[in-house]
Design a protein around this ligand. Sequence first.
Ligand code: ADP
Ligand code: MG
Length: 626
Amino acid sequence: MEKKQFQAESKRLLELMINSIYSQKEVFLRELISNASDAIDKIYYKALTDDSLTFNQDDYYIKITTNEAERLLTVTDTGIGMTKEELESNLGTIARSGSLAFKNENEKKDGYDIIGQFGVGFYAAFMVADTVTVTSRALGSEEAFRWESEGADGYTIIPAEKAEIGTEIVLKIKDNTEEENYDAYLETHSLQSIIKKYSDFIRYPIKMDITKSKPKDDEADEYVDYVEEETVNSMVPIWRKNKNELTDEDYQNFYQEKHYGFDTPLKHIHTHVDGNISYHAILYIPETMPYDYYSKEYEKGLELYANGVLIMEKCADLLPDHFSFVKGMVDSDDLSLNISREMLQQDRQLNLIAKNINRKIKTALQNMLKNDRETYEKFYHTFGRQLKYGVYSDFGANKADLQDLLLFHSSTENKLVSLAEYVGRMKEDQKYIYYAAGESIERIEKLPQTELVADKGYEILYFTEDVDEFAIRMLMNYDEKEFKSVSSGDLGIDDEADKASAEKETKDNQALFDMMKEALTGKVKDVRISKRLKSHPVCLTADGDISIEMEKILNAMPNNEQIQADKILEINSEHAVFDSLKRALEEDKDKVMLYTNLLYNQALLIEGLPVEDPVAFTNDICKVMD
Ligand code: ADP
Ligand code: MG
C-alpha cells in the first residue's frame, strides 16, 4: 500500500490549520456535521432535476456514535459520498472545496445554501484526533474506499466495504493532556451540547444513541438502562418559519432555549430582509436587567449564524451601545466569512445589517411607547438609563434617534412624560423646556429654585439620574425649544419690572452684598437679589457651564479634580431675613458674618451639598439662639 504525500504547501498549511486557525477545538464537530449536511443537500439538489432519483426525507440523516473504550467518535451521513478520485482531490488537497465547485455548478434553491466553501473545515478533525478514517461510497457506485491519515504525514486510500451510500468518518480521539480534556468528545452529553450550540439548525436530523433509565418491571426502586436513538437538533430554525405560524410561547421558548435570559422578554421582533444583503433576525427586549449590565464585564452582542450554522456567539458589531440590552440572533446566507468561519472578511455587510437592526429596535420601542405605555415604562425603568447614555455618548451622534424614547418625571403630571408630550402642552408665552435636577423627586419638589417657574404654571421635568443633565445638555433642544435649568441665571420669565427692581435693590444694598461676598470668598462668585424665590429666603444657583448637580456628580467620580460650579447666593428681598441682614449691617458687622454663613450653609443643605464645617454651623445656630 502506497502512502501518498500531501502536497508540499498542503503539508505546511495543515500544520497551521491544526494549530492556529480555530479559537476553539470543539468546532471540529461543526465542520464535520456541516460537510455531512452539504453531502445530503447535494443529493437533494440532484433529485430536483434528476427524475430517476427521489428524495425521501426519512432516508437522510447524520448519526454520531462513540466508543469510549477505543476512543472512537464516528460521524456517519447518508449523503452523496465520494469516489476514490473525490477522496483524493477533496481530502488530499487542502483548500480544495468540492462543495464550492458544486455550488457554482448548481443554482441556489429554496433559500438554502451549501455551507462549504474554503476546503479546510475537514482538517479541523486533526485538532482532536490522532487518526482520521473516512470510508465513503459515492451515489451510483458499487464500490467504496477508505481514506486514512494521521495528519501532516500523508494519507492512504484503499478499497473498502460499505453497504450504504454515504460517508463514515471515524476519529481516534487524542488522549487527555493537561490543557485539554479530549474525553469530552467521547461523552454523549458534551457532544450533545456542542451540536446544540453550533448545529442546532442543520436541516437534517442529527441522531445520537442516548442512554436512559426506566423502572424495572413494577419494582419502583429498581431501574435499568436502555438505549434510545434521538434526534438532538431542532432542525427547522424558528426564524425561517412564517411569523403567522408562531405563537408568543414559541418565541419565549426560543429565548430560553438559547439562554438569552431566564426572564420573559417584554417584546420580540422577528424580521426578514431581502435586499442587498438578506437576513433573518429575532430580537428580544428583555424584562430584567442582567446582573452585570452596567459593568465592564457585560458583553453586548447578537448570535450570528451563516446559513443556519452558528459562527459567533456575541457579535458586538450588530448592536449599538444604546441598545446593548437587546438579545437575539441574526442569520444570513450572504456573509463572506473568513477561513475559520469565526469572523467576517468585511464589515460592510455587517454594518448594513446593524443599521437595519438599529432602526428596527428604535421603531419597536417607539411603537411600544405609543401603544403599550405600561410595558414601555417598565422597560424604561430598567434600561432608560442606557438610552440616556446613548444620547450623551459619541458626542451626541445618536441623539436624533433616541430623543423620542426619553421619559422624565413631570412636576404637573406627576408621572413620566415624553419630550413631545411636554412641548405639546407648553404655555403660549413659555420659551423654554424647564428642568430641575436633584437626588429624588421629593427633594426636587422642595427646591426653592422651582418656585417661580412653578408659580407661572409651567411644567418642570425632574432629573433624578446622574446622566440626565449631561444627556440633555448634549441634546441642547427639542423641537427647537431649548432646555433651561430652573437654577440658571436667566429663566426667560423675569418681567422687566422685576428685573429693574432687583437691580435697584442690589445697588441700594451694595455695601451689604460686598460684605457678604467677602465673607464667602472662594465659596460663591456673587451674592445678589433674586426674584425667582417666593417663600424661601435663599438659594444657590450656578452661572456658567457646570451646574451644581453636575458638580456633585463629577466630584463623586474617582480621579476627578475638584470641579467647581460658579455659585451664586441669591437672597429673597421679600423675606424677613433680608430685613434682619440690613439691620445687622447697621448694628453689628459680626452679625452680618454670622447670618451670611448661616444662610450659605442653609442653601448648601437645600441643594444636597455637604456643609463644609458642621460643628461651626451648629455653633452658629446656638449663637443666634442667645
Ligand atoms: P468545505 O466544506 O469548505 O468545502 P472541507 O475541508 O470541510 O471544505 O471539505 C472538503 C471537501 O471534501 C468538501 O468540499 C466535499 O467535497 C468533501 N467532503 C467532505 N466531507 C464530506 C462528506 N461527509 N461527504 C461528501 N463529501 C465530503
Ligand atoms: Mg466543510
